[in-house]
Design a protein around this ligand. Sequence first.
Ligand code: MN
Length: 237
Amino acid sequence: MSLKEYTRKRDFKRSAEPRGTPSAKSTDHRFVIQKHAATRLHYDFRLEMGGTLKSWAVPKGVPFRKGEKRLAVQVEDHPVAYKNFEGTIPKVQYGGGTVMVWDYGTYAPTNPDWRKEFESGKLHFALKGKKLHGEWYLVRLRDGKQWLLIRGKDDMRPVSRKLDDTSALSGKTMKQLAGGDTVWESNRSHAKATPTLGRSLRRGSARAGQGVGDRADPSPRPSPLPTRRAAVLSQRE
Ligand code: MN
């Protein structure tokens, strides 16, 4: 398991996300779901496997009704330490936005031969979390990165709107976790002092928006801001 892609996409001087290394003797089956208000809101579904967190971005969140399917786009493996990460990633960084630990706990694969099953593009498992419980499937589509997250044999009572906006780790709301970022946005005197800067940052974010939320890094596109300005802004955030 490699964290090369994870490391390449991030600037750890500017983002508080954990650097992390693959952990050698991890046999635990932990899971975490992080609600991520990036360019587009999505839920990052992560399963501990082979010393890293296998990760999928689920735009519409976890399905609750029997047989209900949700698209889950596989993204780069994340370090296990990422499971405790919540807070704000500076906007100009990869995946910029607010992250909440939406749920965490353990997962139990149903099939004893589950590693083989997973490699062939399927995983049947039960989650025991603070919010979620019961069975789901992950099934890979032909495309390779696209999977479906499917609710198993019974319905689960959907998570309430209030609980959806409550961290399973800290009890904080997305607004509370946004912290300094919100202050920056609503600071009128500061906004007056640099009106163009604020607007161009927001415009830039919208233009770069695509995919499921984390800005697609590999496709080269002109930076919406001169590099020096971007650096100054990220320090403020
Ligand atoms: Mn994400």
